[in-house]
Design a protein. Sequence first.
Length: 71
Amino acid sequence: MPLGRAAPTPVFEVDQAVNIAIKQQSIKRALGTVPASLHLVPVDFQRDELAEELRRAGHDTAHRTFFIWEG
């Protein structure tokens, strides 16, 4: 999915806050803005509840979701 275009499918990028900040800067530099369909979700994996952070970012559990978990 090209991030430079409006995408009908929401994308949630979950990572540590420092990494999210770097990704956000890189995307803004490349595209001028972060696309509305891209949700950058900073999470402290030892402290935060992943489901709650996703909910706060706009994830709706009523919709089917495909997760890719990389380490």
